[in-house]
Design a protein around this ligand. Structure first.
Ligand code: KIV
Ligand code: ZN
Length: 534
């Protein structure tokens, strides 16, 4: 193993660090749907979770290892504290994967040692070395992270890295855990490691960083220039606090500016070969899937995947683009899989045309999923004349969304208007199969619907975010509703798409309540789980 690889390894941590942001909690089936899409995207490593954190996390890692961790699939990784029980759980959960990795970590900054670990440097050094060796006894691929590396004393960091590499770490990851560093400082840390860790050529240098100052991507690119060859990132940059470095920004920066980066990887400047294994045409779809399933909206001006990322509003820009795209566009929208929103299907389209187009869009559905999605397609096609690729994507994502099906919306009826008091009647099917109807008055139609639903479900909660977005332009567009609600210290999200935004609002709310309800029913106490997350 050498850190002289001439390409960049993409380590996706959407399902571990990404899932740590409030409300982004995913169930096992949703994690699996995302893992399959990450494999299609071409990531090299999927950090599927933190196996020891809860039975649910263990099962998710294990299921992803079995189904996605195939011969030609990505390496499947589980996080583990530098504790034997964590490492054992990770090794056990990863057993079904053909290619597996344990990622173990312990803090190395003085502030963490003094206040959190209450351990001396000598103790941490010994634990790191011993636990890497322990992880190595289970598998050959072991990653070690000195947590808060960017704020650690460089001399101590070099010592820890040298000893953990000697103990068997094949990747050493340098986290900027608190998002504090700047690009030139981070680059210098990587350079210092290469110059001062004698056995560094036996490991890949990886970077992990948070976006508290909005610098994570810039820090990573500087790290690449100085020798880092693995980037730990998440789709849409989701993650703890301000999030992680965003996968799509890193990959597209390395792609669009490959002539600039080529020499740093020992390639000829004009080499056209891709610097990563990512199939960039899968980027947009992956971003939408992660946003829909986590309920974490993508801001419109977000680089690469934001709704405005390829829109030109200024007259001067529009004029230029019409004359020659390159005047104001540094990349083609098609490169990230944004189609021209073609009108492809209508109400007379049959199952075959539906299946074929979905396949072209990269959706591989089981027969059951296809049947469910086709029924939804017909319902939408009855109301909306032309069905575009984006509509299809909304329909399919909505159908394959795996929120627990406990309560189900059977009927939503509202009465509102300028001189009316907004009133809603809802009928829900309960988990026991009973149909319950209730009604309520609200400040608006959505408020009335939510109050009526609350009367049926009867779990106190606070709505903290509500958003409606239209999938396409036009009065008959499908509306997508994303909501987040709080129950005690936990946040749950819900998402639904429908041509009727009141119905979509009701479904999104019930979807989030179902997650809350399932969490209350499950054995694990949510608070205990989140306390274990890092
Ligand atoms: O931010 C961090 O330091 C982490 C480590 C576990 C790699 O997430
Ligand atoms: Zn992190």
């Amino acid at each position: 193993m050498t850190n002289k690889t001439d390409r960049i390894i993409i380590f996706d941590t959407t399902l571990r660090d990404g899932e740590q942001c409030p409300g982004a909690t995913l169930n096992i089936d949703e994690k699996l749907v995302i893992a399959k899409q990450l494999a299609r995207l071409g990531v090299d490593i999927i950090e599927a979770g933190f196996a020891f954190a809860s039975p649910g996390d263990f099962e998710a890692v294990s299921k992803i290892a079995k189904i996605v961790g195939t011969e030609n699939g990505p390496v499947i990784c589980s996080l583990a504290r530098a504790i034997k029980a964590d490492i054992e759980a990770a090794a056990e959960a990863l057993k079904p994967a053909v290619n597996a990795r344990i990622h173990t970590f312990i803090s190395t900054s003085d502030i963490h040692l003094e206040y959190q670990l209450r351990k001396s440097r000598a103790e941490v050094l010994a634990i790191a070395e011993e636990m890497v060796a322990y992880a190595k006894s289970f598998m050959k691929d072991v990653e070690f992270s000195p947590m808060d590396a960017a704020r650690s004393d460089p001399e101590f960091l070099y010592q820890v890295l040298e000893r953990t590499i000697a103990a068997g770490a094949t990747t050493v990851n340098i986290p900027d855990t608190v998002g504090y560093t700047t690009p030139s400082e981070f680059g210098a840390i990587i350079k210092g490691i290469i110059e001062n860790v004698p056995n560094i050529d036996q490991a890949i240098i990886s970077v992990h960083g948070h976006n508290d100052l909005g610098l994570a991507v810039a820090n990573f690119l500087e790290a690449v220039k100085n020798g880092a060859r693995q980037l730990e990132c998440t789709i849409n940059g989701i993650g703890e606090r301000a999030g992680n470095a965003s996968l799509e920004e890193l990959v597209m920066a390395l792609h669009v500016r490959r002539q600039y980066f080529n020499p740093y990887l020992g390639r000829p400047e004009d080499s056209q070969e891709s610097l990563t294994n990512i199939d960039t045409r899968q980027i947009y779809k992956t971003s939408r899937l992660v946003s829909n399933l986590t309920g974490m909206l993508v801001q419109p001006n977000k680089a690469i995947v934001g709704a405005n990322a390829f829109a030109h509003e200024s007259g001067i820009h529009q004029d230029g683009v019409l004359k020659n795209k390159l005047t104001y566009e540094i990349m083609d929208a098609q490169l990230i899989g944004l189609t021209d929103n073609q009108i492809v299907l209508g109400k007379h389209s049959g199952r075959n045309a539906f299946r074929t187009r979905l396949k072209e869009l990269g959706f591989e559905l089981s027969d059951t999923e296809l049947n469910k999605a086709f029924v939804r397609f017909k319902e939408v096609a009855d109301k909306k004349k032309d069905i575009s690729d984006w509509d299809l994507e909304a329909i399919v994502n909505d159908e394959i969304q795996q929120a627990p099906d406990l309560f189900r919306v059977e009927l939503v009826q509202v009465s509102c208007g300028s001189n009316a008091r907004p009133t809603a009647t809802v009928t829900l099917r309960t988990p026991e199969g009973e149909e319950l109807t209730d009604a309520a008055i609200g400040t608006g139609p959505v408020d009335a619907v939510y109050k009526a639903i609350n009367r049926v479900v009867n779990v106190p909660n606070q709505l903290i975010e509500f958003s409606v977005q239209s999938v396409t332009a036009g009065i008959d567009a499908i509306g997508e509703v994303t909501i987040r609600l709080r129950y005690e210290s936990k946040v749950f999200s819900g998402h639904a798409a429908n041509t009727d935004i009141i119905v979509a609002s009701a479904q999104a709310y019930v979807n989030a309540l179902n997650r809350l309800y399932a969490s209350l029913q499950s054995q694990e106490k949510p608070e205990e789980v989140s306390a274990q997350k890092v």
